[in-house]
Design a protein around this ligand. Structure first.
Ligand code: PMP
Length: 285
């Protein structure tokens, strides 16, 4: 049970897995990726992740050199070779190695990389007690510049906000869009609860359409919790009864303080707890 790396059809131990320094993924952030989870030996929402990977690639005119069915098989085989039954998968497709210069036509072979490893994003105490976050002054990428719907290798926008969070002593940051509306966090989608209603910003707010976000909305509907995609302001977050974030790596985690404003009674609220439980049960099949 060790981390395993797949590169273009071959399997490597982590320390032997190498890519070219001329890869445009490294030189320019030219490529796309996905983060997936393995629960009980099964890849969670595999089809949805593969679809998003191909959608991201299409948006940047990157032809992934294998079909979605072949990608699915490669992901499953890498998991099998790792021996891990619970863990994280990073699937990356870069533009490939080429000559210096931005143009994708300078590259020839897109590189497909799959990393399977263990993951524990936050210490357990944050799942029990919730997280404190700040609003970053860095705004989320304008959809007309680089759509947040594309899960590209260019994560500097998010990293700039993450740096602000770290400097403020927080683990995550809320990001607003160019209109000043709430978009998402640096690596997670955001939800609030107000008067029993579950609210999350719509795609138009400039977000990555999170797989976990979808799962949570489905679970809420099944549990009879009214849920809506709605444009939110920072004020809505401050005065929310509950707040939580969702992501493949983070799963469902409560937020109890935003910019020094205590959310609700300062503990993960009942709807957050309920959805967290339903999510855990759902991932266990
Ligand atoms: N937003 C951003 C910017 C992300 O990077 C991620 C993925 N970590 C998410 C939201 C959550 O998406 P998912 O639930 O599909 O992991």
């Amino acid at each position: 049970m060790t981390a395993k790396v797949y590169i273009n059809g071959k399997f490597f131990a982590p320390e032997e897995a190498m890519v070219s320094v001329f890869d445009h993924g490294l030189l320019y952030g030219d490529g796309v990726f996905e983060g997936l989870r393995i629960y009980n030996g099964k890849i969670f929402r595999l089809e949805q992740h593969v679809r998003r990977l191909y959608d991201s690639a299409k948006a940047i005119c990157l032809a992934i050199p294998m079909s979605p069915v072949e990608m699915t098989a490669a992901l499953e085989e890498t998991v099998e070779k790792s021996g891990l039954t619970d863990g994280y998968i990073r699937a990356v497709v870069t533009r490939g190695a080429g000559t210096l210069g931005l143009g994708p036509e300078r590259t020839e072979n897109p590189q497909t990389i799959i990393i399977v490893d263990k993951i524990k994003l936050y210490p357990q105490e944050f799942y029990d007690n919730g997280l404190e976050i700040i609003t970053a002054s860095t705004i989320r990428n304008h959809p007309g510049a680089l759509s947040p719907r594309i899960k590209s290798l260019n994560y500097l926008n998010n990293i700039m906000a993450k740096i602000e969070a770290t400097k403020a002593g927080c683990l995550e940051a809320l990001m607003l869009n160019h209109k000043g509306e709430v978009s998402e966090c640096t690596a997670d989608n955001i939800f609030i609860v107000r008067d029993g209603k579950l609210l999350t910003p719509p795609t138009d707010a400039g977000i990555l359409e999170g797989v976990t976000r979808d799962v949570v909305l489905e679970l809420a509907t099944k549990a009879g919790i009214p849920n809506f995609e709605k444009t939110l302001t920072r004020h809505d977050v401050y005065v929310a009864d509950e707040c939580f974030m969702t992501g493949t790596a983070a799963e469902v985690i409560g937020v109890v303080k935003v910019d020094d404003r205590v959310i609700g009674d300062g503990k993960p609220g009942p709807i957050t707890q309920k959805l967290k439980e339903l999510f855990v049960r759902h991932t266990m099949g």
